[in-house]
Design a protein around this ligand. Structure first.
Ligand code: C2E
Ligand code: MG
Ligand code: MG
Ligand code: MG
Length: 285
């Protein structure tokens, strides 16, 4: 009810708006420069097999390291990047960088699967399949070393396009996982029909186990759904030993979370790979 506040109310509102517009504009300018000067870095967080405690892969997660600045998390710049279209050059860089890194690790005899996150706009590019294959071929990495994370919402936007694109990825040996599973709508029919390899159970449900009955029921149901459809289940955001044990006991095979490791710089991740870092359930009992 702006009228009730009189003229001052209107003015306050418009100042706020222009401040927001200004912030957005300056962020956009900084992002342009960040792309030119390659100020982005990828951190890696391990995927862990919950029975053996072994690292079986990693998720690549972008950070923005502004000159002498702090490390900026993706939530602070990806939404604006997505709106302005800058997500495209950023995503192109992510693809190349992750393939370069996989190659460097393969050259050292370190074999593992690395997952990259896809944005909506990136997925909607007409040439997305050839972009991904170009990156993979440029560095000569094994196709099964790359996993693509898409979100549930991408499945429903245009199912025909999505199925075509996913089918091509799958035919080329790339794996596909559904990120933040349970937070969007998924047609069970599409889950069955599309070439999806893995469901990543969203952190918001994992947070509530084992204490909250509803979260426990959802996590159990998603795990069973995944297994019944022949998909892998991975729980996101495991922060405690209790969550790990609970997920392990209910048959969820894979997990990821701060309990094992935060996302770390490539060098640090490489050190974990080299010493064959492993977490043990028994050890802590
Ligand atoms: P996501 O794909 O669901 O990634 C998992 C997020 O949860 C990461 O946040 C990770 O650091 C965080 N996380 C993992 N384990 C735990 C835990 O135990 N506790 C808590 N509190 N958090 C945990 P991050 O790195 O800030 O990334 C946020 C989101 O940004 C990602 O969510 C993904 O949607 C997006 N993103 C990150 N990197 C990229 C990228 O290269 N391209 C695109 N398009 N999106 C990206
Ligand atoms: Mg992800
Ligand atoms: Mg996720
Ligand atoms: Mg998430």
């Amino acid at each position: 009810h702006a009228k009730k506040n009189g003229k001052g109310g209107y003015r306050f509102y418009s100042i706020e708006l222009s401040e927001r517009a200004h912030k957005r504009h300056s962020l956009t300018t900084r992002l342009h420069r960040a792309i030119e000067q390659q100020e982005f870095v990828l951190f890696y967080q391990p995927f862990v097999e919950l029975t053996s405690g072994q690292m079986v892969g990693a998720e690549a997660l972008i950070r923005w390291q502004e000159k002498k600045g702090r490390l900026i998390p993706p939530a602070d710049f990806l939404p604006v990047a997505e709106d302005t279209g800058l997500i495209i050059p950023i995503s192109d860089w992510v693809l190349m960088e992750v393939c370069r890194q996989i190659r460097a690790w393969q050259d050292k005899g370190l074999e593992l699967k690395v997952a990259v996150n896809f944005s909506v706009r990136q997925f909607w590019q007409g040439d997305i399949v050839s972009k991904v294959l170009d990156a993979v071929n440029k560095f000569g990495i094994r196709h099964d070393a790359l996993e693509l994370e898409i979100t549930e919402s991408m499945l429903s936007l245009d199912p025909v396009h999505t199925e075509t694109v996913l089918r091509q990825f799958s035919d080329h040996g790339l794996s596909i996982s559904l990120d933040d599973f349970g937070t969007g709508y998924s047609s069970l029919n599409r889950l069955k029909r599309f070439p999806i390899d893995k469901l990543k159970i969203d952190k918001s449900f994992v947070d509530g186990i084992p204490g909250k009955e509803n979260d426990t029921a959802i996590v159990t149901a998603i795990t069973q759904l995944a297994h019944n459809l022949g998909l892998q289940a991975l729980a996101e955001g495991i922060e405690t030993f209790e969550q790990w044990r609970f997920l392990h006991d209910l048959g969820c095979r894979y997990g990821q979370g701060y309990h094992f490791s935060r996302p770390v710089p490539a060098k640090e991740f490489e050190a974990m790979l080299e010493r064959d870092q492993c977490w043990t359930l028994e050890h802590l009992l």
